[in-house]
Design a protein around this ligand. Structure first.
Ligand SMILES: C[S@@+](CC[C@H](N)C(=O)[O-])C[C@H]1O[C@@H](n2cnc3c(N)ncnc32)[C@H](O)[C@@H]1O
Length: 247
């Protein structure tokens, strides 16, 4: 089954990539837009409910804004809140994020289990980044929030790491850009490498389901095929989009 959820103003909601924490709309509106997206995910059977602690999310955002070095990002404030909320609701014991650049997308996910936004205990939170200098920056950023060894930043190719991964993955976040080779098409390679470590009910989040849908066409065909994923929902709260799929 495939669904799409669009916020009415998704194409007019635009950020400055170099100012990720600049407020673009009243917080109540941001919160309502994300709540509508969470309702769509609940109605699709992906989320059990839509409740998350909004104050903890704001504390997490404030902590990341004050401590992280982020050269640029296309993660809008709505997308940040959405990714945090999905993690806070699902509470994955094992979360893996592939293609984390400076670590911001990693913490959007892991922030539900570490730092000021912590609302549950995870077992393993893993970020994978192929560029060693960006992996080192991500490590520096993340260590400002935690020294817990359940958190691991790995400088390597996510396809190789996941092909050799030991254990089960509850939530996989995809944002690798193929480092100049296949572009975002690498999502499908990463997902296939992880596939046998994902149980029925595991969640996959894929950024850029809207603006890079063409590069992602094989990936999107795969997750929207009910022979592979039970359900997949394209969440369009901004011009980038997030495909949320359940194995
Ligand atoms: C540019 S970032 C995505 C940015 C993110 N969407 C944002 O808005 O903040 C993509 C990252 O994926 C990394 N990457 C590309 N291929 C990869 C792979 N096979 N394994 C791990 N990381 C990879 C790149 O080095 C890059 O840092």
């Amino acid at each position: 089954m495939f669904f799409e959820h669009r916020s009415p103003d998704w194409d007019r909601y635009v950020m400055d990539y170099r100012q990720p924490f600049r407020q673009l709309e009243p917080l109540e509106r941001e919160s309502r837009v994300v709540e509508d997206a969470l309702l769509a995910l609940r109605d699709a059977g992906i989320l059990p409910h839509i409740n998350y602690d909004r104050e903890k999310f704001l504390a997490h955002r404030q902590e990341v804004a004050s401590k992280f070095e982020i050269p640029w990002t296309a993660i809008t404030p709505r997308m940040h809140r959405l990714i945090y909320a999905v993690n806070a609701i699902i509470q994955p014991k094992v979360m893996v994020a592939a293609g984390i650049f400076c670590g911001f997308t990693f913490i959007c996910n892991a922030g539900a289990a570490i730092g000021a936004g912590k609302c549950y205990d995870a077992e393993r939170l893993i970020g994978i980044e192929i560029k060693p200098e960006e992996a080192a920056r991500a490590e520096r950023n993340v260590r400002k929030l935690t020294d817990d060894d359940s958190v691991q930043i790995i400088a390597a190719d996510a396809v190789e790491v996941l092909a050799n991964f030991d254990g089960q993955i509850d939530l996989l976040y995809l944002d690798a850009d193929g480092a100049g080779r296949s572009g975002k098409g690498v999502y499908l390679d990463i997902l296939l490498a992880a596939w046998d470590k994902m149980r029925a009910g595991s969640i996959i989040l894929a950024h850029n389901s809207v603006n890079l849908a063409n590069q992602l066409r094989h990936y999107l065909e795969f997750v929207r095929n009910s022979g592979n994923c039970r359900v997949s929902v394209n969440i369009v709260v901004d011009g980038e989009g997030l495909e949320v799929s359940m194995k």
